[in-house]
Ligand binder design. Structure first.
Ligand SMILES: C[S@@+](CC[C@H](N)C(=O)[O-])C[C@H]1O[C@@H](n2cnc3c(N)ncnc32)[C@H](O)[C@@H]1O
Length: 595
């Protein structure tokens, strides 16, 4: 694999290290591209349409392979090629080739494909960048005019070239085997990508997030480079920061790519207090005695009687800062400290509401006006119960024992457990709330969709019911890409060209576009209200706006999102019926369903 000098022979000097890294990089680059060119040619060949009468053998689509001029048409486009000479890699030179389109490729299908998704997705699109080249093989689509709307292709924006990433990573893997560390490699600044950054977004991290390129020269399975150093075990803030960055902040959300979830790095900043004011955190008064060590049992404990390490105090700050306002009894469980000690530390380091009235020893600067500042959240029965249960579950005796045995708690396991517990509790609370209730939110959450099929309908493809539905039943949910208004304007050109639009206006900010990604609901055709048998209703479900498609009829009126089906006139939509909904007054109405 290598004929380069080992690190030892090159000496420890920066110049030698640089030389070694550059040499290894060049080697890997050559190996990779000599494999990649052959592999790509094979892939292209496998994609060629099969023509049994006249089999065509074409390697790479270049002007050189144009041996049958009656079968090919050349367009003016060009691409960069890394040529092989006598099956050997010919250095890093690139050649510009013109693109030849073979007539043996199958024509574009009459319907553009659509990626199936079960919930709406948000790419965070930018209307300045073209997300994809639409109808690339449709000669009647005006690509030039379309491209005029955009500054660049979306993949050019913050594009991470997977090949450069793989070559960099393979270089690093070989260098690590040779005795260099990731930090030493980065210090030379020779590689095109930094392996580690002070945060988590270096090549090491990105490689972990990307699909692996499997190629013969890769030593990925043989050597793994130590990842960015994990945050110190005794630094709860950094560990949680990492966790919050990776997981959705909504405790009831288990989807990696939910609407609200963004991959921006989270920073737990004590200066920006979550509630108000600049206090590091606030604490609620203890209400009932939690045990022998409860602050309510102790008379005037002084801070001199309590000795906490800096890490312990920081843990308290983090927990109190991130959680909903808690009593010292709750905090005691989370901090694994006696309650009366927590109360002392809260007084010292936070803004502590001491117990009111007859709570011996701790006189009250408690003040209900201030407490109201927390809003209904801190007083909500559901939240309180949720928190109590979560504490019970997540910080039970096993975990406490773990903490005693090891100084380093497996934070991820703990936090995942806490988040998981919150989610399961939330689901249980939801179930209790929604039990026996045909609330539309509940139907959407439970995805109680009807069975449907897509087939030729009155206007192109249409959506048909496979089972009966009663008015008010959820048929399906309209899902797609969440796009911004300017993107909608740009995509309009494609919709005009194909003569079909799959965009549903959601709110002032977003529309849901099912053109490229969606489910069967994208095939529901339009009919005016009196002939429509389904209705789209936008519902707020767990902080997201979602579009439920409900069985409806002409007498169906929306009164509230919690209206139940039994308050509405029942009228079945029989299995086999095509579904129609009213697209709204602006939609150009077809002759058959003219209002
Ligand atoms: C959401 S798609 C519906 C599925 C579409 N029929 C298909 O084959 O993919 C909406 C498009 O269908 C067509 N369409 C739906 N209802 C129609 C109607 N009542 N009259 C004419 N065209 C209709 C229009 O082209 C419209 O832009």
């Amino acid at each position: 694999m290598t004929d380069r000098a080992p690190v030892g022979e090159l000496g420890a000097g920066a110049a030698s290290a640089k030389q070694l890294i550059a040499q290894t990089f060049k080697e890997v680059w050559k190996e990779y591209y000599s494999w990649e060119t052959v592999h790509s040619a094979q892939l292209l060949r496998s994609l060629a349409a099969k023509n049994p009468e006249k089999p065509v053998e074409f390697s790479v689509l270049t002007a050189e392979s144009e041996d049958d001029s009656s079968e090919v048409a050349t367009s003016g486009a060009s691409f960069q090629r890394y040529p092989l000479v006598n099956d050997k890699w010919d250095g890093l030179t690139r050649r510009t080739e013109s693109v030849v389109v073979s007539s043996h490729l199958t024509p574009h299908p009459p319907y553009e494909s659509c990626t199936p998704i079960s919930h709406s997705i948000l790419h965070g699109d930018d209307s300045n960048f073209m997300p994809f080249v639409p109808l690339a093989d449709d000669p009647t689509f005006n690509h030039q005019e379309h491209a005029y709307e955009y500054k660049a292709l979306a993949w050019q924006q913050a594009y991470r070239d997977p090949e450069t990433l793989e070559i960099t990573m393979e270089t690093a893997r070989r260098l690590v085997v040779d005795g260099l560390s990731a930090q030493q490699i980065d210090d030379t600044a020779v590689l095109p990508l930094i392996l580690r950054t002070t945060s988590v977004w270096g090549a090491l991290w990105n490689a972990k997030q990307s699909d692996a390129i499997v190629w013969p020269g890769s030593s990925r399975t043989l050597c793994s480079i130590p990842d960015v150093s994990p945050p110190p075990a005794n630094n709860l803030r950094l560990r949680l920061q990492d966790h919050i960055t990776l997981c959705c902040r909504r405790s009831d959300c288990l989807q990696a790519n939910c609407f609200s979830h963004s991959m921006q790095q989270a920073v737990i900043n004590y200066d920006r207090h979550r509630y108000r004011g600049a206090e590091p955190f606030r604490c609620l008064p203890a209400q009932t005695i939690c045990g022998d060590a409860c602050t309510l049992r102790r008379q005037a404990v002084s801070e001199h009687d309590v000795s906490w390490s800096a890490e312990d105090i920081d843990d308290l700050r983090v927990i109190a800062h991130l959680g909903t306002p808690m009593t010292p009894c709750d905090l005691a469980i989370l901090c694994h400290k006696p309650c009366y000690e927590v109360a002392v530390m809260c007084r010292k380091h936070g803004n502590f509401y001491v117990p009111v009235k007859d709570q011996g020893g701790e006189s009250g600067d408690a003040d209900t006006t201030d407490r109201q500042g927390y809003g209904s959240q801190s007083t909500s029965d559901i939240l309180r119960r949720q928190r109590a249960l979560a504490l019970d579950y997540a910080w039970g005796p096993t975990v406490r024992a773990e903490r005693r045995n090891e100084n380093a708690i497996p934070t991820f396991a703990l936090v995942a457990k806490l988040v998981g517990t919150m989610a399961s509790i939330w689901m249980r609370v939801n179930d209790q709330l929604f039990e026996g209730n045909s609330c539309r939110n509940a139907q959407i959450q439970r995805q109680q969709h009807k069975r449907v099929e897509v087939k030729t309908g009155e206007y192109g493809l249409g959506l048909f019911l496979l089972e009966d539905a009663k008015t008010g039943d959820l048929i399906t949910e309209y899902v797609g890409e969440l796009i911004f208004e300017p993107t909608f304007v740009c995509r309009g050109q494609v919709a005009d060209h194909v003569g079909r639009s799959y965009v549903f206006g959601l709110n002032d900010v977003f529309s849901v576009d099912a053109t490229n990604a969606g489910n069967a609901s994208r095939y529901i055709n339009h009919a005016p209200t009196r002939q429509a048998n389904v209705k789209a209703i936008i519902l707020a479900v767990n902080e997201d706006q979602r579009i439920g498609i409900f069985a409806s009829n002409s007498t169906f009126q929306i009164s509230s999102q919690f209206t139940t089906s039994d308050t509405l006139a029942e009228k079945d939509i029989p299995a086999g019926a095509e579904l129609f909904m009213d697209y709204g007054p602006e939609y150009p109405i077809g002759d058959k369903h003219a209002k």
